[in-house]
Design a binder for this molecule. Sequence first.
Ligand code: DQQ
Length: 490
Amino acid sequence: TIDQLREQRIDAEERFASDPHRPRYHFLPPANWLNDPNGPIWFDGRYHLFYQHNPAEAKWGDIHWGHAVSADLLHWEDWPIALAPRTDGVDEMGCFTGSAFVQADGAPTIAYTGITSAPDMPGGRRENQSLAVSRDGMLTWEKLPQNPVIAAPPEGLRVTGFRDPTVWREGADGSWYMAIGSGIEGQGGAVLLYRSSDLLDWEYLHPLMVGDAERHGAMWECPDFFPLGERQVLLVSTLGREMYLSGGWSDEQFATGAEGWVDYSPRFYAAKSFQCPHGRRILWGWLREGRSQQAQLDAGWSGVISLPRVLTMLPDGTLACEPAEELERLRAEAFAPASLDLRPGEERAVEIQGDCLEIGAEVTPARGGRFSLSVRCSPDGEERTEVFFDAHEESLGIDTTRSSLSPEAETRESAGPLRLAPGKPLRLRVFVDRSVIEVFADGRAAVTERIYPSRPDSVGVRVTAVGNGATVQRLEAWRMRDIWRHTGTR
Ligand code: DQQ
């Protein structure tokens, strides 16, 4: 029951209390493995989030659908596992990614990829699309006896994969559509479009989109497809970074105009969105680990869900994202706001300290210079994680090359384009949550990393101007609250 699950959560958070890398205000399961967010949906006054989950170990395998529920987008209650594998001929090897929607009779429904064993197939498995329905407000789920509703990819198409359905309803006749992540051999990643009048019989129409393998990979996972502003957006996970395409959608055809990255790091992956009652479109992503598998097993947990990001469409077709405003409620004590001028090459340690922080900054880097805000810095600067904006390259990024002295931690630099409006300062919001760092710039761009500082005193913050000076008009920060504390004490 939910009460037992609450007890389990309290136990888990107690057990992990001394783990310096476990986030305090991001969602993750009580223990073990998490990957993709699945079927996020607002239903009956609450936010439901499902996720790919191995309940037995902190590594990928035996994939279930975990389930968590929130009234405020911030605090979560664990609900019973929604889908478990093992149904012969449907999903005996796993219940992979999918989405949730509500049928006309009000029944919440899940579309997911069932994995069956197929020794003759590459990888020894076959992918199908299956459905499950809940009749008790999402507490329990029944797989349909008609499963799988789509048993195999379209005849005659040589595909690189066939999974992660997203379902919606539209048109005068109320047709159902399903878009499935795939790839066409010799061409590139693709999304395949199906139509149905009853959710059981599906007709393959055509590819919704086919990419170019050279540029965007041979397989597209986890498609998400929705209207936003005046346009239609397709999100796909390219086995590297998360890409968006925006454009027009009519007569079952998607014509793209613009494209870009949803986040500049491949650490943010398999993102999935949903619509809130007042029209806001919110996106969650999987923040994958950046440390060895052994380190994950030793920790006893792996994988985190990103902060909720609100998506908007800019007039030129750019997809913009910002953290949901609810997050402001997690702000606890504030540090005294500051402003300062940095001479060329100058670095300064500031008052802000901690490993669970939100930092806001407004900065004007001198022409051609590079400004950085480093977090999780040890006093001698030996460990540090650098968030940077390079005014010459017009790029925003995170450099984790010096984030940790531990050989278990992977390091990298992730960056992407950011052009400031003429005469406007750079606006940064940086969320630090132990091993998670999520950066939002100018209400548009995002970049995320995972870091594992080894020193307990790596809690400092510094600002640096490289090559040229910078003016920091405003620097402010808050300590962030622990979302599990409310779960209560016994
Ligand atoms: N993860 C799922 C797949 C999906 C992949 C399996 C993306 O359905 O394609 O856990 O991370």
